[in-house]
Design a protein around this ligand. Structure first.
Ligand SMILES: [Zn+2]
Length: 279
């Protein structure tokens, strides 16, 4: 018997238009109740959360909705004596949150060595896993393609083979999964789509069908996007939903950099020129 394809079913009750103002309201009110259970339980993600929320309201064209001084003061208070940044005030420093706090600085690392390691994680299907020989995974592919884009080494991967693996992630619902036999998820819209964009192969998937899936993942009551239609929204999926719609050409959302997942105007202002291939 043939295996059933894992997917979700979109119904007429799911949203079909972009509820942009609701998403800005959702992000602006997120975390205002500091005693809320969810807010307390996600303290270890706080620094990344600042990045997700800031970028989401930037892309929505309303950066003023978040308190700039409050955020700057929080980021400063998270810096450890060692120079690293923690997830929240008083937490130990960690590379992930240091990245979220600074986003960039290539002059401080051995780029050639780091690039060789990334290329050693490439698989026979063109994809990348977390270490040499690990299964290809869309989230890790984004990290590797992004790294090669930043360092100008995209010629070291097989763009056609990888592009084919990435566009096979699209399911009949229009949504994208991260690996074969997995359900579609809004955040994978970003990991897959941004990788295809850096490879110059964005047109290899059905953009209209994907936009339909992403719009169906909006919460029409509270605002925000969830991983799949009908689930609880969160700032992580809200940013990646908006960012994916930006890459798909939604004029209501500001332009996003596929390499950095930051507003394009910020990347331009910093003078960053990540590599992009063309077919
Ligand atoms: Zn997700």
């Amino acid at each position: 018997m043939a295996a059933l394809l894992k997917d979700v079913v979109l119904t007429p009750t799911h949203p079909k238009t972009l509820l942009l103002q609701k998403h800005v309201d959702y992000i602006a009110s997120y975390g205002t109740d500091k005693d809320e259970y969810e807010f307390c339980m996600t303290e270890y993600l706080r620094m990344s959360g600042v990045y997700w929320c800031l970028t989401a309201v930037e892309l929505a064209g309303q950066p003023g909705r978040l308190d700039r001084e409050e955020i700057l003061s929080f980021v400063r208070r998270c810096q450890d004596e060692s120079g690293g940044f923690g997830a929240s005030v008083g937490h130990d420093p960690h590379v992930l949150y240091t990245l979220s706090a600074i986003q960039g600085r290539l002059d401080a690392i051995d780029v050639d060595k780091a690039t060789d390691f990334v290329v050693s994680c490439m698989n026979f299907d063109g994809g990348f896993g977390s270490k040499p020989g690990s299964e290809s995974h869309a989230g890790l592919i984004y990290c590797c393609v992004g790294m090669l884009s930043v360092t100008g080494q995209l010629h070291r991967l097989d763009a056609d083979l990888l592009g084919w693996w990435l566009c096979e992630r699209q399911l009949p619902s229009g949504g994208l999964n991260g690996r074969p036999e997995k359900l579609p998820d809004v955040c994978y819209s970003w990991w897959v789509l941004s990788s295809l964009s850096m490879l110059g192969r964005l047109h290899w998937i059905d953009g209209a069908a994907l936009a339909g899936f992403i719009l169906a993942c909006q919460d029409a009551e509270t605002g925000g996007f969830s991983d799949r239609p009908g689930d609880v929204p969160d700032p992580f999926h809200t940013l990646f939903g908006l960012a994916a719609l930006s890459l798909l050409g939604d004029a209501a959302v500001g332009a996003v950099s596929p390499t950095y997942c930051m507003p394009q105007r910020v990347v331009d202002r910093l003078g960053l020129r990540p590599q992009r291939l063309s077919v």
